[in-house]
Design a protein around this ligand. Structure first.
Ligand SMILES: C[S@@+](CC[C@H](N)C(=O)[O-])C[C@H]1O[C@@H](n2cnc3c(N)ncnc32)[C@H](O)[C@@H]1O
Length: 234
């Protein structure tokens, strides 16, 4: 049982505002000359269009059986080949080195501690072929947003929910009135840089949105592309 199991039935509505990321991840997948993997694949919202675009199997890993069941159903309906695996991204291990690992829609923020994040980055680095890419996105903590929404019941796409901030733990607790609840831990720019450093990955690009505008003061999203260095290349 995963905290995301009760989200599977309502995930489309929950994710309705997140659409612009799909083309971004598809374009990276088109450039990938080898296996493509999505960590925390969920219902296949991104993996299915990626598999459609590249005409190859995409590996998807997720900790929620219910989210994976939904992904399996949708992949069959779309007639695309997803290799769906129940598992924790902290235990990532692949038989064949990947050309691209993606982790869309802030899923890395489900990891509560620095140690958890470091393990994932190290596992990703080990799973990539030289020159392979790791791409992910995550929200930027904004105190103005926190002041506005902290503890306030809101309704979006028919889902009544609230977000409670726990700044001492860099955490938000998301509670849906219908029952599901989960937490996210935000990450600072220097922490992303540290994770790249310890895992031996190098930053290729840091964008402030999926249209590839540069990350700048006021950006609301980290959109990151990192690369496993190729031997002999500086
Ligand atoms: C916001 S959804 C993102 C799903 C999908 N990537 C997308 O973009 O729509 C977060 C997903 O992360 C999964 N998840 C959370 N922690 C995980 C972990 N440690 N390992 C694998 N999956 C995890 C949840 O089960 C859920 O399906």
């Amino acid at each position: 049982m995963s905290v995301y199991d009760p989200m599977a039935a309502i995930y489309d509505d929950w994710a309705a505002d997140m659409t612009e990321d799909v083309d971004f991840y598809v374009s990276l997948a088109r450039e990938a000359n080898g296996p493509v993997v999505e960590l925390a694949v969920g219902t296949g919202r991104v993996a299915i269009p990626v598999a459609e675009a590249i005409g190859r199997r995409v590996i998807g890993i997720d900790a929620s059986p219910a989210m994976l069941a939904e992904a399996r159903r949708r992949a069959q309906a779309a007639r695309v080949d997803l290799d769906l695996r129940l598992g924790d991204m902290r235990a990532l291990a692949l038989d064949e080195p990947a050309a691209l690992v993606i982790c869309p829609f802030r899923s890395l923020l489900h990891l509560p501690t620095w140690a958890d994040r470091r393990i994932v980055f190290e596992r990703v680095a080990a799973a990539l072929r030289p020159g392979g890419r790791f791409a992910w996105n995550a929200f930027v903590f904004d105190p103005a947003v926190a002041v506005e929404i902290d503890g306030v019941w809101r309704e979006e796409h028919g889902i009544r929910h609230r977000v409670d901030y726990a700044p001492a733990d860099c955490r938000i607790d998301v509670t849906l009135e219908a029952g599901p609840a989960f937490s996210l831990w935000w990450v600072s720019p220097s922490e992303w840089a540290g994770l790249l450093d310890v895992s031996g990955l190098e930053l290729e690009a840091l964008y402030g949105w999926f249209d590839r505008r540069a990350f700048a003061e006021g950006s609301r999203e980290f959109v990151c592309v990192a690369r496993r260095p190729e031997p002999g290349r500086a």
